[in-house]
Write a protein that binds this ligand. Structure first.
Ligand code: NAP
Length: 477
């Protein structure tokens, strides 16, 4: 039996490996010419993962050789390329092949791609990523700008930066990493901040050769290290978002406030002070952001952007700021998921209609009316400062158990019931009221209705739910 996987990023590689292990032939459809998902698309200076490297690793392909506590982006991309090769996935990837349409025909998904492929698959895994479609604001006059302007996820490496006047728009995780990497390379650096962010100070030590050798030579001790790391991370972040009064939240909050107090200049510190609670927006992790933004040739611009001009950016106070390069670190359209692929389920329902105004999925993995279509890191799953790898592994294992149920039943498909999905969604929205994400800030965590587009329960509940499917929530046919 052949299964289709859409996307060859972290989750697509995982899905392909697990499906192959279960005896499936696999075709991975990848719209780009290389694998790696977000680690392929993002190549900006300073790119790294703010989840500890040993936690951001497949459980079945540990990597004793991570260079640092938080690994640099290129190293992560190489890791995924290596895993895809080692597990025989690379030859299964059909590159430059964007899935344009999926239609359920009672027993199979009829799949079509941009390069003319058509085929039928009993099972489809959408591993299309969350932060994939760049959010490019429509700034007036942007086309008349004489310098270079590009989104952080579409970095133009032909543009030289050294000794230039650079602007970065945005203050999310991306902008902060770019700031740390660029300030000391350029003549003038300006960061355009619409909202201030809380920054958790986190050193990023290198692993010594001795430590790496120890991980390599003693897999049990390495595994224990990874387990301890995960426990610390989850203990620290899980209740901090779902229980804003928790000790964990207070600890993170105190660290962020102490970090902000290292900014010497009163005016700059005030402008860098957020008007919301730590973790309402995604927590920024950085060892040196405040240090870099205090450099004499760096400036924080907090006056709103009026428009682009041929030479730079004019702010609403009438000041024209001249730049050679402007980077739009303005985030992503995080509600897209598998879209713009046209997905037509049972009775001709269109996923785009089901997901209007905001996407939903039963336990984040399946949508009623769309049998045998599984989503990894789909709508409303755990986000925040967790390892998406661990999350995808748990979801994948859950999906494989559903497929085993189909096999055992002798039938051909599985789909969550509308009732179970509605009840889950009701509970999820109810639980959202108590989370830190609704404590008064705007962020990509909120959906079009203002409710967090995430797992609003505890992480433990996610682990329990993913342990085994409750088949009373599904229909087999
Ligand atoms: P983001 O967190 O959504 O931040 C976008 C920034 O752009 C915000 O500061 C936003 O301001 C600003 N912005 C958007 N439109 C604007 C406009 N029209 N004018 C002025 N400012 C505008 O995006 P991101 O930094 O790319 O990060 C997205 C997510 O990627 C992160 O939350 C994280 O999950 C992930 N990420 C992870 C890592 C990692 O190390 N693991 C690194 C980078 C990114 P407002 O805040 O006012 O909306």
């Amino acid at each position: 039996m052949t299964a289709a996987v859409i996307g060859s990023g972290m989750a697509g590689i995982l899905a392909a490996i697990e499906l192959k292990n279960a005896g499936f032939d696999v075709v991975v459809f990848e719209k780009a010419s290389q694998l790696g998902g977000t680690w392929r698309d993002n190549s900006y200076p300073g790119l790294s993962c703010d989840v500890p490297a040993h936690s951001y690793t497949f459980s079945f392909a540990r990597n004793p050789d991570w260079s640092q506590h938080y690994a640099p982006g290129p190293e992560i991309r190489e890791y995924f390329e290596r895993v895809a090769d080692d597990f025989g996935i690379t030859p299964c990837i059909r590159f430059n092949s964007e899935v344009t349409s999926l239609e359920w025909n009672d027993t199979h998904w009829h799949l079509e791609t941009s390069d003319g492929f058509t085929g039928d698959f009993p099972y489809v895994f959408a591993a299309t990523g969350v932060l994939h479609h760049p959010n490019v604001p429509e700034f007036e006059g942007i086309d008349d700008f004489n310098g270079a302007v590009f989104h952080s996820a579409r970095w133009d490496h032909s543009v030289s930066l050294d000794g230039k006047k650079i602007a970065v728009i945005g203050t999310g995780s991306t902008a902060v990493q770019i700031t740390s990497a660029l300030v000391d390379r350029v003549e003038e650096f300006s960061l355009f901040q619409r909202s201030a962010q809380w920054v958790l100070p986190a050193p990023n030590p290198e692993f010594s050769e001795e430590e790496r050798t120890e991980f390599r030579n003693d897999p049990d001790a390495h595994e224990e290290y990874v387990r301890d790391l995960a426990i610390t991370m989850f203990q620290r972040t899980s209740s901090a978002v779902t229980e804003p009064d928790s000790v964990e939240h207070q600890k993170i909050s105190a660290l962020c406030r102490r970090n902000l107090n290292t900014v010497a200049d009163d005016d700059l510190r005030e402008r860098l002070t957020p008007d919301h609670e730590p973790m309402c927006k995604r927590l920024i992790v950085s060892p040196d952001f405040y240090e870099k933004i205090q450099r004499p040739h760096a400036q924080l611009v907090t006056t709103s952007i009026e428009r682009f001009t041929p030479n730079g950016i004019r702010t609403s106070d009438g000041v024209e700021h001249e730049f050679d390069v402007v980077v739009l670190a303005t985030g992503f359209r995080s509600d897209r998921f598998i879209r713009p692929t046209r997905v037509i389920g049972v009775d001709n329902i269109d996923l785009d209609d089901v997901w209007s105004p905001s996407p939903l999925a039963y336990l984040s993995v399946m949508v009623p009316g769309f049998p045998n279509l599984f989503m990894l890191n789909g709508p409303n799953g755990p986000i925040g400062n967790f390892s998406l790898i661990e999350i995808a592994e748990r979801q994948m294992s859950y999906c494989m158990k559903l497929i085993a149920q189909v096999d055992q039943s002798g039938l051909g498909s599985v789909v969550p019931t509308a009732e179970a999905t509605e009840a889950f969604e009701r509970d999820r929205r109810d639980a959202a009221k108590n989370t830190i994400w609704m404590s008064g800030c705007n962020s990509w965590y909120l959906d079009a209705t203002g409710v967090p587009a995430s797992w609003t329960f505890s992480y433990d509940r996610f682990v329990d739910e993913m342990a085994a499917p409750d088949m009373s929530a599904f229909a087999l046919a």
